[in-house]
Design a protein. Structure first.
Length: 258
């Protein structure tokens, strides 16, 4: 069953889009495992349904998928905008558990994302490791965000910066983090990994032709230095839905292997 719609979020103080995919089962069944599936910078809540084989994966792996919408917020409580991170990790799970037959167990709760959504998935999992049992992040902006802010602080909105990041993204940074572009420990994935006990199982993947490949490799190496168990894979591919679709299948097949 596919549900597409919107509801009023008390945290966001507005209507927000939501897509939900429920595997076909008989009525009298145990609670579903649930995966919160997060979109990228230019995306929306329906992307995973429209551009991957998600309906087939839901049936094969018997998982309910919850797909929220957060605009271009980097899954952060914005300085000039909505509290999207609080919405994702706090309000949304409460709402869907009230409505659907979803397991409340940590080991049955997944968070998965690509690109900006990969950063969001890692941020959720490392901030609240007692809430999520498994995290998968593809082509993630895992170091891009901090390094981008540092460059903008140093150089400002120059023509070269606009060429590298795009004018809209530089404006997004100010909306999210304020004009001072303040970077806080709760935004930093590696700091979260250091400070939180027992992180969930982590699966990371990036295409060999992806522009974020180098930073994903560096992020994996930093996790190794911290002795944080995870699996990192690369194979031919770019920053696109062909790669994300394959990565999603691999991540779901490897839930119990990390």
């Amino acid at each position: 069953m596919i549900l597409r719609g919107s509801f009023f979020s008390q945290i966001l103080e507005m209507e927000t889009g939501l897509s939900i995919l429920i595997p076909n089962r008989t009525i009298d069944t145990p609670p579903y495992r649930v995966a919160y599936l997060l979109h990228g910078l230019c995306g929306r809540n329906g992307d995973w349904l429209d551009y991957t084989m998600l309906p087939a994966y839901a049936e094969v792996f018997d998982i309910m998928f919850i797909m929220p919408e957060v605009a271009r917020s980097f899954y952060t409580d914005m300085v000039f905008g909505q509290k999207f991170f609080t919405y994702i990790h706090q309000e949304l799970p409460v709402i869907v558990k009230k409505v659907f037959n979803i397991s409340a167990k940590r080991e049955d709760t997944l968070v998965i994302g690509a690109s900006m959504g990969g950063y969001g998935a890692l941020k959720c999992a490392l901030s609240y490791p007692d809430q999520y049992g498994y995290c998968a992040a593809f082509s993630s902006a895992c170091l891009f965000l901090k390094e981008g802010l540092e460059r903008q602080q140093r150089y400002g909105k120059t023509a070269e910066m606009e060429k590298q990041y795009g004018k809209q993204l530089l404006n997004d940074f100010e909306s999210i983090f304020g004009q001072a572009l303040e970077w806080k420990p709760e935004y930093e994935l590696l700091e979260l990994a250091k400070s939180r006990p027992a992180p969930p199982r982590l699966y990371l993947a990036c295409g060999t032709a992806d522009h974020l490949k180098d930073e994903n490799q560096r992020f994996s190496h930093e996790l190794e230095k911290l002795n944080i168990p995870h699996r990192y894979e690369e194979w031919p591919g770019g920053h696109d839905w062909n790669f994300f679709n394959k990565a999603l299948e691999k991540a779901l097949r490897g839930i119990n292997e990390v």
